[in-house]
Design a protein around this ligand. Structure first.
Ligand SMILES: Nc1ncnc2c1ncn2[C@@H]1O[C@H](COP(=O)(O)OP(=O)(O)OP(=O)(O)O)[C@@H](O)[C@H]1O
Ligand SMILES: [Mg+2]
Length: 902
């Protein structure tokens, strides 16, 4: 940040970076002064704390977005919001945990310093443990949170006072002693014991087969790599060993919020746990963890590297049953979420083996778990973690039979696209709200009124046709990043912690006692269920929540604003927003108070909410790994859920900026390229493509649900002639064929022209030649040829002339295989892909460069072109003219900055 900037300048730039509009940022600063924290509060919450009731949402929106934002920012409204600021201020660091938190007035709270030390969870008042909103309905007792030591802290399985657990204790006392030795007490009956634990702690009737395999590997003291679909239940594989042995299980996890949520869940299930993040260490929680007070200790990779020595001690005293590396794809440079610290976890293997700790009978096993790792990534994980040669690899099907995948063309990010693409979503939520309880009649009336007007306001069906046409961009190759992408988007490459505590402790609450509460219907279905269940179904998706992933922070704010305007309870989520807001969004989402969260990929790993019905990607994801991981957050209850990718199929996606070395950059392009091909495909089942990417063949051959399975592929075409011309032109340019052999009449170039292009003719040059010479193909736009070139490249007929890796070929050079195809004059039956179909639906008269250039010499043509350009400009966003700005005033300086940014 510039040293000359005033505090106001800095706050405004920060707000702009967060995605807020300039006038709103200014208005907020005028209202609350140059405090970033207060300004964000002011914008996001208006006159109240973040609430997502329809009325307040509307107000919140009016304050934050669009034309109404200006009205809302009148001094009266601002004053009202400002007056209530104190009311919404976060009093304590832990306030963000839950709005259902109950403060015990009789006992004053300590200072926030004390609170930062950690917190204990009181007994749950919630219902069955496996209820999706169980975590939300809990209450946190701050009195207990403040107690330095709770007797429950030391509670082990043996001491839990329920009848069931007493019987468990009697049954399994041998393996709950502090010095339980792996191998002792675990006999052939281990499965019965595990089933007992499953029922009592997790409300689950039996292990899935992959969980059983992973546990068997652990029992045999083997390292294990578990690859199982998102939401399939990988956590149990490392939670059970802690309960079975009474030893500690250390889990490496990448995010504090993820660790926090898992600890909270475990405490409800009767398992004590804590997490140790990477911030300022809290010695009391850390000490207790290292003294073996908790069954499960979650640690972020940086911290575990710091704690190797005390962990070795722990291994010798209470004992460590297992090291689990969760979200293990973070280890791999070939993965989509690489974390350098994960790579250093090989220290675990080195430091916790019999050769380095004498009292150990066996090396402490390492279990790595992930839902998304290709073959390459798997090898990398095993190698990087120094896992043993005997590592057992447990793989389950990646297939999620209840997910309906589809791809739609959309320009995205333009308001007209929002109106068209989210019309159905808005209608769905409006309908479900209208069908709500009578007691909410008033708010229903408000909402439906709002919807009607908003539809009138925002949706104009006439607009659809015109914007559809606008949507096709035959200019294709646009590798330049938009202004939005040029902002600092580095954090988009990573998930974000929406919690600002560095550690926390969670004591075991009572596990489920009443088996009658256990409802098998609510348990997630096995991922390899027969597909018949969902076959040919158009059943409604039903109620539930939606996550929309967008590529930029600005867009989270913009799209969420649009949805709110249309009456949807929606909120934005991205890494730059204050943690308190993020945590609040997280919780309101889990409580079903929010219908839609519009987020960057910061709304990340480990979102374990059962009723997410739709995952919408609004813009190209960066890899299929990331896409599948994010899509996997839908339908965890086993019911039908939808995963839709809206992308501009006429444009080649670009990589978001990030620090990458040459190898990573190459790999990132390859991953993006696979993603692009997934979007373009029209003939292969989406689910099949996705699981194949992870090395699995779909047994049923297709999912019967996705857009391709439902609509079927397009008509098969023989593109032999087009392919031949493309290859001939390319081969002639490279001098690979005798010019006289060209089948089209005048493909002969002058020697100088040939010389000029000989070195490396690019795709556009080839297009000019094709249109110039092969008149029969003039109705096929560049987009169509781009599709054909991609097919030829995939078949190995052409390759990049400069040997660089690109998402879409730039310098097509025929290969030997391509030349053989050309000579053999073979048929080429293919299904046209998405961009080819798009091009044919919106034919444009193709002009080749030389003709186009000559046009400028003709005054009449020149006049027409200039006029048409002006017309086009008129219809587009008008950028502010460079006005003279007064650099002496704050407003002037900010305006100058804004104009510069644009
Ligand atoms: N054997 C089982 N039977 C029924 N439900 C189970 C079983 N094992 C786990 N589950 C449930 O599956 C849900 C998801 O579990 P978990 O969070 O461990 O998934 P995951 O595989 O780690 O997902 P992710 O890849 O997103 O991290 C949990 O609610 C859990 O209770
Ligand atoms: Mg998990």
């Amino acid at each position: 940040m510039n040293g000359n900037n005033t505090p106001t300048d800095n706050v405004v730039s920060e707000l702009l970076e967060m995605g807020f509009e300039f006038p709103i940022a200014l208005a907020a600063i005028e209202a609350v002064g140059p405090s970033l924290y207060d300004a964000v509060d002011f914008i996001l919450t208006g006159s109240c704390n973040v609430k997502f009731e329809p009325s307040s949402t509307q107000e919140h929106l009016n304050n934050a977005y669009g034309t109404s934002s200006r009205e809302a920012c009148t001094s009266k409204n601002m004053q009202r919001s400002f007056d209530s600021k104190d009311h919404m201020k976060q009093a304590l660091i832990t306030d963000h945990l839950s709005s259902s938190v109950k403060l015990e007035k009789s006992e004053p709270l300590g200072s926030s310093d004390t609170l930062a030390g950690g917190f204990n969870i009181a007994k749950s008042k919630c219902g069955p443990l496996h209820k999706p909103d169980m975590v939300q309905s809990s209450s946190i007792d701050y009195r207990k949170m403040l107690s330095v030591e709770s007797s429950a802290n030391d509670m082990t399985l043996n001491e839990l006072p329920t009848e069931d657990l007493c019987s468990l204790k009697n049954d399994n006392s041998s393996f709950h002693s502090t010095h339980w030795s792996q191998g002792q007490g675990i006999d052939s009956k281990w499965e019965t014991k595990v089933n007992f634990l499953l029922k009592n702690y997790f409300g689950i009737s039996s292990l899935k087969s992959f969980q059983k395999e992973a546990l068997e590997a652990w029992l045999a003291h083997r390292d294990c790599l578990v690859l199982a679909a998102t939401g399939s239940g990988k956590s149990l594989c490392f939670q059970i060993p802690a309960l079975l042995t009474g030893k500690v299980v250390v889990v490496v996890s990448p995010l504090i919020s993820l660790m926090h949520d898992q600890c909270l869940k475990l405490s409800k299930q009767g398992v004590s746990a804590c997490f140790l993040g990477s911030g300022q260490p809290d010695n009391s929680v850390e000490d207790k963890a290292l003294n073996g007070k908790y069954n499960i200790v979650y640690i972020c990779p940086e911290t575990i590297l710091r704690l190797i020595a005390p962990l070795r001690k722990l291994a010798e005293t209470r004992g460590i049953a297992l090291f689990a590396v969760d979200e293990a794809h973070c280890v791999s440079k070939w993965g989509h979420d690489f974390r350098p610290d994960y790579r250093r976890l090989s220290v675990l293997r080195k430091n916790f083996r019999t050769s380095s700790i004498r009292s150990l009978e066996h090396d402490i096993p390492v279990m790595a778990l992930t839902a998304t790792a290709t073959h390459h990534a798997r090898e990398d994980i095993i190698k990087s973690l120094h896992m043993s040669k005997e590592t057992k690899i447990v793989i389950t099907s990646f297939f999620r039979p209840n997910l309906r995948f589809s791809v739609c063309h959309s320009r995205t990010s333009s308001v007209s696209s929002y109106q068209r693409d989210f019309k159905e979503l808005i209608a769905t939520y409006s309908r479900s709200r209208i069908a709500d309880a009578d007691s909410k009649r008033k708010s229903i009336a408000d909402t439906s009124d709002g919807d009607e007007s908003s539809e009138d306001d925002v949706y104009d069906s006439n607009d659809e046709a015109s914007s559809d046409k606008d949507n096709i961009d035959d200019g294709i190759e646009d590798n330049e990043l938009s202004v939005d992408f040029l902002e600092d988007e580095l954090d988009l490459q990573q998930n974000v912690d929406d919690i600002d505590v560095t550690c926390g402790e969670f004591n075991a609450d009572h596990p489920v006692k009443d088996q009658a509460l256990y409802n098998p219907d609510e348990v997630i279905s096995d991922p390899v269920e027969p597909v018949e269940k969902f076959r040919v179904t158009q059943e409604s998706l039903g109620e539930g929540t939606t996550i929309i992933y967008v590529p930029t922070r600005k867009e989270t704010v913009r799209l969420s604003g649009h949805l709110c305007k249309c009456g949807i309870r929606s909120a934005a989520y991205h890494a730059k927003l204050p943690k308190r807001h993020l945590r609040s969004v997280h919780e309101e989402f889990h409580r079903n108070n929010l219908e839609v969260v519009v987020a960057t990929i910061a709304f990340g790993m480990g979102i374990d909410k059962s009723n997410v019905r739709r995952i919408i990607h609004y813009g190209w994801p960066q890899s299929l790994e990331a896409y599948y991981q994010e899509a996997g957050r839908a339908g965890r209850d086993g019911k039908l859920a939808e995963c839709t990718l809206y992308a501009d199929l006429s444009r080649v996606p670009t990589l978001l900026p990030s620090k990458r070395d040459a190898e990573q950059a190459k790999n990132a392009v390859l991953m993006l390229s696979d993603c692009f091909r997934y979007g373009m495909a029209t003939s292969c089942c989406r689910a099949k493509t996705l699981v194949k990417y992870f090395g699995e063949e779909l047994i049923s051959g297709q999912c019967f649900l996705c857009d391709v399975c439902v609509s079927g592929p397009p008509k098969l075409e023989n593109l032999k002639d087009a392919a031949a011309i493309f290859l001939q032109v390319a081969a002639a340019q490279y001098g690979l064929i005798e010019i006289t052999k060209c089948s089209y009449s005048d493909a002969i170039y002058s020697q100088t022209a040939r010389q000029k292009y000989l070195e490396r003719p690019n795709f556009n040059m080839l297009m000019d030649k094709i249109w110039e010479r092969a008149k029969g193909f003039s109705e096929r736009g560049k987009l169509w040829w781009r599709g054909l070139a991609r097919m030829l490249e995939d078949k190995g007929y052409i390759r990049e002339g400069d040997d660089l890796v690109r998402v879409s070929i730039k310098y097509p050079k025929p290969t030997e295989l391509g030349m053989r195809f050309l000579e053999a004059k073979e048929d080429l039956y293919v299904y046209p892909e998405a961009d080819m179909l798009l091009s044919l639906q919106n034919p444009t008269t193709s002009t080749y460069a030389s003709e186009w250039a000559r046009g400028w010499a003709n005054p009449e043509i020149r006049r027409q072109r200039i006029q048409s350009l002006k017309r086009k400009r008129g219809g587009r966003k008008k950028y502010p003219r460079k006005k003279k700005v007064d650099l002496k005033t704050v407003r002037g300086r900010l305006k100058a900055k804004l104009v510069k940014k644009i």
